[in-house]
Design a protein around this ligand. Sequence first.
Ligand code: KIV
Ligand code: NA
Length: 265
Amino acid sequence: VKRITTHTLQKMKQQGEKISMLTAYDYSFARIFDAAGMDVILVGDSASNVMAGHETTLPITLDHMIYHASSVIRGANRCLVVVDLPFGSYQSNSDIALASAIRIMKETGAHAIKIEGGEEILDSVRRIISAGVPVMAHLGLTPQSIYKFGTYSVRAREEAEAEKLKKDALLLQEAGCFAVVLEKIPATLAKEVSESLTIPTIGIGAGPHCDGQVLVMHDMLGINTEFKPRFLRKYLNLHEQITQAAQQYIKDVRSNDFPSMAESY
Ligand code: KIV
Ligand code: NA
């Protein structure tokens, strides 16, 4: 099988082919998504929410991300695997940012890292890329800054924030990022950014004009029932199906229906 690289994604944008990206945090799901033909698997710091049950992405550590990423890598034969730099692993200075990126690449075998922010993190982005590590940027609603924003609502509706986002996107492209995630911004702004950049944009809640789309696997599989923003399309209702399976199993154990003699030795 031919491995998807950052160059493949660049070519896809040039040819107008949309990029599919989904999160995964373990071997088994990574294997399914990879075999299904996904282009990119993101080991997101959303693991903090969906795997660990935290309210925000802030508590997850670099060691946790490395554990998830090394599991995902063992299931991904074809996909490009991108790993989030978690909160606290890059903000202090570019030495720390570079050291964190190197740990991810060395200890997991992943192919690229993702980092939240624009101009503020440009030095770190440049140094990580100089070290040979591909960087995916992330603008708009950057969940590690939730306490600055105060809400998970749509970003960059106002002119000033939209202008900063457009400027940041260009700076990140010039610094050498291979793609940029645009989270929860108006579709018109995402369209403008996607058209002005030569690198692909990957949207989540950013409308249909991005060069690719990303969702959190637990959300699109309907494992979460409480989280239902407008941008989320649910492809399964796993919460209901898993509940039914668990209840049937409980019933079968209690009634002595399971196991049967055919299921015994
Ligand atoms: O952590 C994550 O899952 C993400 C995507 C939502 C882009 O950063
Ligand atoms: Na993330």
